[in-house]
Structure formats: structure tokens, C-alpha cells
Write a protein that binds this ligand. Structure first.
Ligand SMILES: *[C@@H]1O[C@H](CO)[C@@H](O)[C@H](O)[C@H]1NC(C)=O
Ligand SMILES: *[C@@H]1O[C@H](CO)[C@@H](O)[C@H](O)[C@H]1NC(C)=O
Length: 380
């Protein structure tokens, strides 16, 4: 999802004194405790199960540990298992003191990965709390969009653009340095569900070879650093045929979901569902879900609906049919709604029109009830 707004709350967050930071967990290697694919599903905490999860891109940018704790506690109480959080936050100039950033790409200076208390130490807290509450994390390394830096921030530094970033040697070298810094940090933690190449990578108007080759070589690189955690692409699931040639089926964004899913070092497929942004009717969502399930079946890999949202008058009326499709009609391994929201120490977390807040009336049918049926769904 492209976030154009809803950042004001974060911007307003005051620097809160960072108390003693928990050490990142360094448990002894234990293959059994790591999430892994089993057929079309995943083994999570040594149990093969379906799951429901969600997205909180902002949680690693919070400066109050209690807020992170509150969210994780509520996720657990809601029986959600997997959480996606931004593992990137790139800047081209230093922000106000107390504002979190992870990587500085300041023209004229050496790139700098921020391991300090206003840097990756904030993500440490997220990982630590995830361990405590048994939540598993999906962590993407770059944004296709300009929010929190992304390909544009690399472009401002390396002179690349949205399409040649994928093949620029200096930009890719820095991207890999960043990946290495994050992967090393949490390589031994079973709170990591999967590493993700990026949020919604696209290469508009490009041959699908560009993203395919980039996804193959980058995922191979990540596996060379850390062979035990899963790796996924983080794409929107674009198809290159079918659907009467409507936008999601044109391959115009340079992404071929089925072809990419064939990459050996990608453990599972992701797809997103934004009918209103793609000029598709909301009801089409159920078809999109079934089509990705079919591809997962054909390739024998798990596929997850990693983001979905709507800005209709009634989230429940719009989304319940999608959730019923996931639950009754497919082996989609998990779905993760966009976006979880909660009431934090400084006010409500961001709402881009898609948010469903913890504890509200719509939270029950869309989260509590669905999460409960997903974890209880028979695996055969
Ligand atoms: C990026 O730059 C290349 C030239 O290196 C050009 O061919 C391409 O069209 C540009 N892409 C965009 C999105 O501007
Ligand atoms: C929203 O839709 C649900 C399911 O169709 C319905 O039960 C509920 O009453 C609707 N809520 C409002 C405020 O219209």
C-alpha cells in the first residue's frame, strides 16, 4: 500500500527516553523452532497451521516500548500469528533528533546504517517483544514507494531511478550491505518468520526478466547469509494473462507472480489486494484470491494474502466475502489485513482509511472471529 498520509501522528511522536534496551535474543540454533514451509502451509512453533496476521509498518519507528508491548499483547490475544513491519527507514538528510531512521544515504557522505538507539535498536525491541508474545515477523528491506525512503532514496544518492535501481551495481551493493546488517542482527531469532526483498517491488514497463533476475540473485544472497529463515518477495502478485486483460493481469508492472514463485530460494508467494487502487470492483477480490491459490497449488508452495484493504463505507461487508473465500475455498496459508490499528500512549495509530482498530465493533468479525477459525482450520 502506498502511504501518502497518516504519518502525521508518527511525526508528532516525541522522543521518549529509551530505557535499557533488551539484548537481541541469541538462542542456540534450533531448526525445529524456526517457521518453515510444509507443503502449502507453514509449520509455526512446531505446528503445521493456517494463520491470520496483519501489518503495522510503523511499529519499529515507535519510541515508547510500552506501545510495542501493548500491540504485541493485543495481537496475541486476538490469535494473530504473523506481523509484517517495515525493516527499512532510509533518509537522505538527518531527521530531527529523536526521529527514528535506519539508514542514511546523504549525498556527499558515506552511506551509514544506524545501529544506535534511534536506529535499528528500535527494531530490536520489536523482535524482543515478538519473542515474548510468540508473534512471527515478516521484514522487508526496501520500499518501492517513497515512504520511509525506498528506491527513491537510493535514487537520490546513486542517481538511479525506479527501473534501473534493480540493475545498478552501486545501488545493489548498498542494498545488500543493508540486508546483511539486518539479517546478521536477527539471524538466530525464531521470531523472524521470513525475510522479504521489498514492499511491492515493481519495474514499470520492464521485461519481467529484471525483477525475476533480481529476486533470484537477492534471495540466493540472503540464503547465503542465513539458510534457516524463509525468504519471500513481497510483491503484489501481478499476473501476466487472464482476467479479460484488466490491469492486474497485464504484467505492466514488470512482475510475473507465477514465474517468480518458481525461484527455488523463494519459500512462498505473497500477493496483495487493493481493488479500489487498481480500478477493480471489491467483489473481484475473491477471484484474485482463488487465482493465486491455484498457482500455489500448481507449484506446490504456500501463498499468503499479505495485504488487503478497502475504503468502503463498511469494512465488514466488503472484506468478509474475501475472508470466507480464503477460509472455505482455498488453501491460502494465511491472510494479513492492512492495517492493524490501536490506541497508543500518544493517541491512535495511523489510519489511511483501511485501518481496523483493536476492540472496535468491526474488529470482532474481521479479526477475532476470522483469526480463531484460521488457527482451528483442519490442515488436511
Ligand atoms: C531510468 O533511466 C533509464 C536510463 O538509464 C531509462 O531508460 C528509463 O526509462 C528510466 N526509467 C524511469 C522510470 O524513468
Ligand atoms: C456492515 O456490514 C455488516 C455485514 O454485512 C453488517 O452486519 C453491519 O450491520 C454493517 N454495519 C453498518 C454500520 O452498516
Amino acid at each position: 500500500m502506498k502511504l501518502q498520509t497518516a504519518l502525521s501522528i508518527l511525526a508528532a511522536i516525541q522522543a521518549v527516553a529509551v530505557s535499557a534496551l533488551p539484548a537481541v535474543e541469541k538462542r542456540a540454533p534450533n531448526h525445529a523452532a524456526f517457521s518453515r514451509p510444509v507443503g502449502r502451509l507453514f509449520e509455526i512453533d512446531e505446528k503445521v497451521q493456517y494463520f491470520m496476521g496483519t501489518n503495522t509498518y510503523w511499529i519499529g519507528f515507535l519510541t515508547n516500548d510500552n506501545d510495542i508491548d501493548l500491540v504485541m499483547k493485543h495481537l496475541k490475544q486476538s490469535k494473530m500469528k504473523v506481523l509484517r513491519v517495515w525493516g527499512f527507514n532510509d533518509v537522505n538528510s538527518l531527521p530531527e533528533p529523536g526521529t527514528v531512521y535506519y539508514q542514511a544515504l546523504i549525498p556527499g557522505q558515506e552511506p551509514y546504517i544506524n545501529l544506535g538507539p534511534d536506529g535499528l535498536q528500535r527494531l530490536d525491541v520489536v523482535v524482543h517483544k515478538a519473542v515474548h508474545y510468540g508473534i512471527k515477523l515478516i521484514i522487508p528491506f526496501i520500499n518501492n514507494w517513497g515512504d520511509y525512503g525506498g528506491i527513491q532514496a537510493y535514487g537520490n544518492y546513486f542517481g538511479t531511478n525506479a527501473t534501473n535501481w534493480y540493475t545498478s551495481a552501486p545501488a545493489q551493493a548498498q542494498y545488500r550491505k543493508y540486508i546483511k546488517a539486518v539479517v546478521r542482527r536477527y539471524k538466530h531469532s525464531n521470531a523472524i518468520f521470513a525475510w522479504e526483498l521489498g514492499n511491492e517491488p515493481r519495474c514499470k514497463g520492464c521485461s519481467t526478466d529484471i525483477i525475476y533476475n533480481w529476486a533470484k540473485s537477492t534471495s540466493e544472497y540472503i540464503k547465503s547469509l542465513d539458510s534457516r529463515h524463509m525468504v519471500t518477495l513481497g510483491d503484489e502478485g501481478w499476473l501476466v494473462s487472464g482476467g479479460d486483460g484488466a490491469y492486474p493481469y497485464q504484467g505492466g508492472e514488470g512482475v510475473d507472480f507465477e514465474r517468480n514463485l518458481g525461484i527455488e530460494t523463494l519459500d512462498f508467494g505473497t500477493f496483495h489486494q487493493w481493488p479500489h487502487a487498481w480500478s477493480m470492483p471489491y467483489e473481484w477480490g475473491s477471484q484474485w484470491i482463488k487465482e493465486h491459490d491455484e498457482i500455489g497449488k500448481k507449484l506446490g508452495k504456500p501463498v499468503i494474502l499479505e495485504e488487503y484493504g478497502d475504503i468502503s463505507d463498511n469494512h465488514t461487508a466488503t472484506r468478509l466475502p474475501w475472508l470466507d473465500t480464503v477460509y472455505y475455498d482455498t488453501k491460502i496459508a494465511g491472510d494479513m489485513y492492512w492495517q492493524y490499528a490501536d490506541f497508543l500512549s500518544d493517541g491512535p495509530s495511523p489510519d489511511d482509511g483501511n485501518a481496523v482498530y483493536y476492540g472496535t465493533p468491526e474488529y470482532k468479525p474481521l479479526v477475532i472471529d476470522h483469526a480463531a477459525r484460521m488457527v482451528a482450520k483442519p490442515v488436511v
